[in-house]
Ligand binder design. Sequence first.
Ligand code: AHR
Length: 511
Amino acid sequence: MKSKLLVATLFGVGLSFGCVSEQHDVTLTANLKETGPLLHKDIYGQFAEHLGRGIYEGIYVGPDSDIPNTKGFRNDVLNALRAIKVPLVRWPGGCFADEYHWRDGIGDPDKRPVKVNTHWGGVEETNAVGTHEIFDFIELLGADAYINGNLGSGSVREMAEWVEYMTSDKNSTLANERRKNGREEPWDIAYFGIGNESWGCGGHMSPEYYVDLYNQYATFIKTPPGKKPKLVGSGGHTEDTEWTDVLSANIERNMSGISYHFYTLPNSDWQNKGHATEFNNDDWFATMERTYRMDDYLKANIAKLDKNDPEGKIGLYVDEWGTWYDPEPGREPGFLYQQNTLRDAVVTAVNFNLFNKYAERVHMTNIAQMVNVLQAMVLTDGADMLVTPTYHVFGMYKVFQDATAIPFTIDSDVYQHGEKQLPAVTASLAKGTDGHVYLALVNLDPENEASIALNFSNANFSKLTGELLTHDAMTAKNTFEHKEVVKPVSFSASLSDLTLPAKSVLVGRLQ
Ligand code: AHR
């Protein structure tokens, strides 16, 4: 007895249900001569906020630290992040962005004002990492910059002058101040956000009021020819589509995309989100179910964009996503530090497959957050560090950066839990920039493996070779004592005998 879920990815969705098995049967059908949208590298972006130990200790220890560093940025973390090819870093927030005043973070570090980080733990913010330092970090990583401006408590003039300071190539007083502070060449800004969560911590505005402010602020963001960042409107979250609707219908000034935030809270309850590492089958299903809502939420927001922007000029930027659990006992709750298990790895792959599915509109996303905060890639403890299961999924999916999607349909048994069900397996298929065809598969079911049949036309492949991430225990994690409990292993299988283990992520090259 089997339950079937037929999901047509990239170009529509159809459903058909029947009944359940111990091994899921999954068939993926594609014509490999067809091409879909670009999977923009920025879909794999990351977010680094002044929050907890995300910046200080996590990436920055200062040039005088005993921890080996380059320009104050710890070498171990830099090397780990370089290995997964981080394409884009969003900074300085988040909620922090709408309280950030850029002048606090330039000039002699010893003379910079000390502020209180009122959003995150009420700790002292020394401003040791400011504009020059973060661009050092981004350049050391080989990534692009997504700078988030302060709309909530700043001014049009402050934002305009910050952009001039960063990008002007003239002899203006501001550009010369940048030179005096050590940076001759202007920086490139890939994206610039006009506020963050303006419906909440960014000012508790209505979307209509925000539209007017956006138009005003965006008018004064001026850069040298060819240097204009993609401007990002601050949009909605979770099931809301009003912000996407109102912004895309009314913003007249240049806006490349609208941000959208959605977090995976296992219990869908901010007072009782769920434990990061202690959970059972029910919690696992609840986490996957909540994650998979991203499918409907993206679809609903994209429908608003299709209505208001039929030419497809405006992107939907999921610039905050990831798991958010209850604070770890014994730690400052405002620091949002959490451990990370195999479950987080599966959540990551489920999200990536959804972002790739909607890549026509989803051109950029940022996981929250890079180091030591929420669903992090890296955790540090003083001079020590480890990489998380989530980190490994970013590494495995780097072959999809700037790849060209190949449309496919997936006919998958369901992952049944009580009365509820989800697709057992989701996928991504694309031609990489190296010309090879890559397939990613994730099995959401923690108990049943899946047998995968590939029904490809215009293809002559016999093998799938790559990496597999899984573990016997759903709660498996990497700790400072045991850092390699969850890590990918080499994988190679004939296409006539392709089995995907329960609770696993597989990314491979077709050969
Ligand atoms: O990522 C943590 C916080 O979540 C961000 O600062 C804010 O934008 C969101 O509410």
